[in-house]
Design a protein around this ligand. Structure first.
Ligand code: ATP
Ligand code: MG
Length: 187
């Protein structure tokens, strides 16, 4: 019998069923953290995982980046810096295109069980990455590859294509009471 660590990603994934496209969108808090929870769950099963963060600056050092370094989880942020209530500068375009090329390689390589594209709704919405190209990549990916995509205002093409879509609804948020973002909860 082939030892588990010597099996290819495809062999290991064979037991794990079919790759899904999962979308977390909506105005409420919890999209990125939901994707992080899933990343941790898959990592716990020795699945190969990666999170690619669009929009967020490469120097981001949030709790999730610190945890990822300690656990040896691959996490790459490449953007011009962003929070959802600030305006996004156009210099984000070339960085988003660069990160998408990386994402495309990882999704199509079959080397990963789960690829998370965090805040990826924005590069599509701004027209930096064509929705058609994203759908083609998802259609052509190896059958075992799960792809999770987060972000507000998810383009309809992605919602239509996905297998699972969760719309986070804001019921209330401390921010509207003037309470600033808290470490470990927000970032
Ligand atoms: P989280 O990263 O906490 O899961 P999110 O991914 O759903 O949040 P984004 O739209 O990416 O939310 O917003 C990024 C930042 O804004 C996070 O710090 C998040 O906690 C905060 N945030 C999210 N939703 C709201 C809201 N409805 N009001 C105020 N701040 C919010
Ligand atoms: Mg987010």
């Amino acid at each position: 019998m082939v030892p588990e660590e010597m099996k290819s990603t495809e062999e290991k994934a064979g037991k794990r069923g079919r790759g899904l496209v999962i979308v977390y969108t909506g105005q409420g808090k919890g999209k990125t953290t939901a994707a992080l929870g899933m990343l941790l769950r898959a990592w716990g099963r020795d699945m190969k995982v990666v999170m690619l963060q669009f929009m967020k600056s490469a120097t981001s050092n949030y709790g999730e980046h610190r945890a990822a370094r300690r656990l040896g989880i691959e996490m790459v942020a490449l953007g011009a810096g962003f929070t959802w209530h600030t305006k996004v500068p156009d210099k984000g375009r070339s960085l988003a295109v660069e990160l998408w090329e990386k994402a495309r390689e990882k999704i199509t390589s079959g080397d990963y069980h789960l690829v998370v594209l965090d805040e990826f709704s924005y590069p599509i919405k701004y027209g930096w990455v064509p929705a058609g190209v994203v759908l083609q990549t998802l259609r052509e990916r190896p059958s075992w590859v799960h792809v999770a995509i987060t972000g507000r205002d998810m383009p309809a093409e992605l919602i239509d294509f996905a297998d699972i879509v969760t719309d986070m609804a804001e019921v209330k948020h401390a921010f509207t009471e003037g309470i600033k973002a808290q470490p470990g909860i927000e970032f």
